[in-house]
Ligand binder design. Sequence first.
Ligand SMILES: Cc1cc2nc3c(=O)[nH]c(=O)nc-3n(C[C@H](O)[C@H](O)[C@H](O)COP(=O)(O)O)c2cc1C
Length: 367
Amino acid sequence: MQIGSLKLKSNLFLSPLAGYTNLPFRLVVREVGGVGLCTTDLVNARSLLEKREKAFKLIETRPEDSPLAVQLFGSVAEEMRDAALIVEAHGAVSVDINMGCPVKKVVKIGGGSAMMTELAKTAALVRGMVNAVKIPVTAKMRLGWDDDNLTAPDLARALEDAGVAAIFVHGRTREQGFGGTVNLAGIRKVVAAIKKIPVIGNGDIVTPPAAKKMLDETGCAGVSIGRGAFYDPWIFKRTLHLLQTGELLPEESFSERVRVMCRHLDLMVEVFGEELACRMFRKVAPWYAKRFGPCHEFNKKVVQVHTKAQFHEILENYIRWRQQFLDERGELLPRFQQAPLVASFMREPDSTTRTHIPVPKGPVEVW
Ligand SMILES: Cc1cc2nc3c(=O)[nH]c(=O)nc-3n(C[C@H](O)[C@H](O)[C@H](O)COP(=O)(O)O)c2cc1C
């Protein structure tokens, strides 16, 4: 997989999830393996120029957190250009422009999804960034504003002409929010519209077969995974294995999930300090617990966690409590096993399986 001059180990990408794709989570995903490029949460270009501490915390990185893309949002061409220079100096290997964020505060200032409706202005902004930095500039968008305005193919082509090195596209419109089905045909149209840069598909990938289906049916060069990675940080490793060998690896064991969850907390404590890390982990741990089997005892307690020691006590108590649901080999009894989530575009007609992928709470209400 190659984006401009940047060579990547796989065609699997971690999508930006504001409030979640912080340094500790990126390190977890990288340690587990399979991911080609991770992206930060979106960062306000102006906040970087104003040297705001919060913005710099968002781009905090380490040598092990590589290769890293930083995602910027903003609508003032000069600010985006100067912020891209900061990001480049900071060690990012690429800079991504947010064009698909439907949060009111982003759209209001002309960034995010609003960019999709103003082709010429957007292309000029992009050209300014491309000319300023040596690292590749990429763009992330939705399919369009609504079903009557599927602007992504035209926008992607205009951006390619302006020098963008790759396009990330979430196969939904802004109007869809996170509902309905990811439109694979819509992603395919974006692939067809561009001449040679890679298109990376995105949306609802929660299992390796879903990643493969998106690649096969859209012709995209890679896929980007957001919530699916939060739900299952091993998804990159298992998807890469499926793509390379055709074999679907079994899901991770409970003990591996617990090990990685604890490692995640340790990294959060290193990066944010114990108090803040524990507070932040209240919304992280329940995502790991989604594949633990019965987990209300854990979730109920973990949302009040204050210290690492307390977290481990909660976990030990939970492991004891969970034993009532296990067979003699220590596996969940079949009636307590949950079926994995199913991507909207993998649903069989009339299926009753869960298709709605939870949308994590965060600093933004709607993405
Ligand atoms: C809580 C949350 C935060 C998000 N933050 C960003 C962001 O900062 N920048 C961005 O381009 N997209 C953001 N997105 C959109 C995701 O990157 C991705 O396009 C979308 O969730 C669909 O992919 P998924 O189904 O794999 O999660 C966010 C989504 C969620 C749920």
